[in-house]
Design a binder for this molecule. Sequence first.
Ligand SMILES: [Zn+2]
Length: 231
Amino acid sequence: MKDEIISYRQMCDAENVQTLQRGMNYRLNPNYTVILMSQRRNAPYTDSILPDGLTIEYEGHDTPKTSSKINPKAVNQPRITKSGKLTQNGLFAAAVDDYKADKRNPEIVRAYEKIFPGVWSEKGFFRLIDYNYINIKNRKVFRFFLEETEVDFNINGLSENKLRQRTRIIPSQVKKIVWERDKGSCVICGATDELHFDHDLPYSKGGTSITPNNVRILCARHNLQKSDKIE
Ligand SMILES: [Zn+2]
């Protein structure tokens, strides 16, 4: 899974919007949907990257808090609005239903993860392949499943990228410690843009468990130089 560190502004610029507030943004781009996820403990929803490192489990969203009488966490996550339009949950679910009924290809979703305030990680592109609508604590909640796909986006639209390496997930807690230790810059040249969290033992070489000691921040240039050396 891709893991490029970007600022909030870079994320908005990449999606051509002034602000990105909502977590679920069906067809924000004519070619794809955008989700913002968080695995932080205080996050409003329960999102996670599954242990396979390839799948995101993403929680649907609550009904908006429109009056003090309704606690959004106490009622079902809605599929349609009061006026009968599909909510973001409904749009995502319909995309899965149509895909499973062979009426369309899976929706392509670009995912960004909040690492801590102002700092995001671009996770790359995923296929929206499944969902559940299940009872959790006396209400119904959507759980969407997104599977990593080797797709990149450029001016020509979406295209497959078979060259991209699959990398092991670095836990958010480790990232936070590393970010503070390396002062948000490449440990070799001090660059502060196009940064990546680099795990010094590649997964393919049977890397050890991931701790702050074997993770560091590298810019794109030094990250590339490093992978040249290994091959
Ligand atoms: Zn560098």
